[in-house]
Design a binder for this molecule. Structure first.
Ligand code: PHE
Length: 345
């Protein structure tokens, strides 16, 4: 009798071990059968009274083991089926669902304005020269005929790199002149757009960072007339065929003679009135004939070659182009502001 019951219990155990529920429903059937309130293991415990005394303990342990096997198998199967269900949900690709929208960026108004200026000069043979924003003292000042203690340095105070009196954030794009002239022989015809820095209080009209485009033309027989005609060509391309310019005598250490150029916008519109402070004239650049000292400092024979250079600010032109009232908007990176200037440039 005992042996038969032992066999019966072992039969239940192998049945449990062989069971292969494939779905949550089948697993639930498994649970009801072996672990539910009316499971088939429970009555087996009752059989203990039919077992010979000396085997009672062994029998009890066997039934316990069967119960534990059922429990362990249930937990393992449950975990496996649940993670399979999660995986299936994750890979449940719906190819007809609408995609994540990709925001289309737009060019920055400064970049658009800068590219426009660069293109105008490229059309007459100027080539873009790109260079560093962290400059050394020599390229930014000394080579540009502005030795230490020169009063012109006062107007271009800047940010020096920590623990250095040599390395600074360039105050203008003019050091690109020196970069190019020290490595290239004339004829040189470059246009150098880029960011520059000055230690200035930030306001609606000025900022400690801004952008310039530098131009440099060095060759035999380059004259002030060439400079003037080149700038007139630029003004007409940029501001329209009727654009008028004027050159006012000025001073820059690295050009001689030097001038500042204004473009006549008139005062017809309120924004032109505002931008030109009521004069109709907008100052857009500094220029002049490259000082022989600058040519020589960069290893160019000033007896043989002459050249002209100019440097213009971008922000002011962009303010006018897009009718913007505050220069700080350019540097805030507010997408609501920036996305208004989508452009083909
Ligand atoms: N570098 C000058 C400035 O930033 C502009 C300039 C460039 C003047 C080239 C003359 C020639 O003010």
């Amino acid at each position: 009798m005992s042996a038969e019951i032992f066999d019966k219990v072992r039969g239940v155990q192998s049945e449990i071990e062989a069971a292969q529920p494939q779905t949550m429903e089948e697993l639930e059937q498994f649970r009801i059968k072996y672990l539910g309130s009316k499971n088939i293991i429970k009555p087996l415990f009752g059989e203990i009274r039919n077992i010979d005394n000396e085997r009672k303990k062994e029998f009890g342990q066997l039934v316990n083991t069967v119960k534990e096997v059922a429990e362990a198998k249930y937990e393992a199967l449950k975990a496996r089926l649940e993670s399979a269900a999660e995986e299936a949900a994750a890979s449940d690709l719906d190819l007809s669902a609408p995609g994540e929208p990709l925001e289309l960026g737009s060019r920055h108004p400064i970049a658009i304005t800068m590219n426009r200026i660069v293109k105008i000069f490229e059309r007459i043979g100027f080539v873009v020269a790109d260079d560093r924003e962290i400059e050394d003292d020599w390229h930014n000042f000394t080579s540009m005929n502005t030795p230490e203690d020169h009063p012109a340095r006062d107007m271009q105070d800047t940010f020096y790199l920590k623990d250095s009196t040599e390395l600074l954030l360039r105050t203008h794009t003019s050091p690109v002149q020196a970069r190019v002239m020290t490595r290239q022989k004339p004829p040189i015809r470059i246009i150098a757009p880029g960011r520059v820095y000055r230690n200035e209080t930030i306001s609606a009209r000025s900022h400690c960072q801004f952008h310039q485009v530098e131009g440099l033309y060095v060759d035999e027989n380059v004259s002030f007339a060439d400079l003037k005609q080149t700038l007139l060509y630029f003004a007409r391309e940029m501001f329209g065929p009727d654009a008028k310019i004027r050159l006012r005598p000025s001073f820059f250490p690295f050009t001689e003679p030097s001038a500042e150029m204004d473009v006549y916008l008139g005062t017809a519109t309120e924004k032109d009135y505002r931008l030109t402070k009521g004069t109709g004239w907008l100052e857009i650049l500094g220029c002049g004939m490259v000082d022989p000292n600058t040519l020589e400092a960069c290893g160019i024979d000033s007896e043989k070659y002459t050249g002209f250079a100019f440097g213009m600010g971008i922000e002011r032109q962009a303010l006018r182009l897009y009718d913007i009232g505050d220069i700080r908007l350019f540097f805030e990176n507010d997408v609501r502001f920036l996305k208004q200037f989508a452009s083909a440039f």
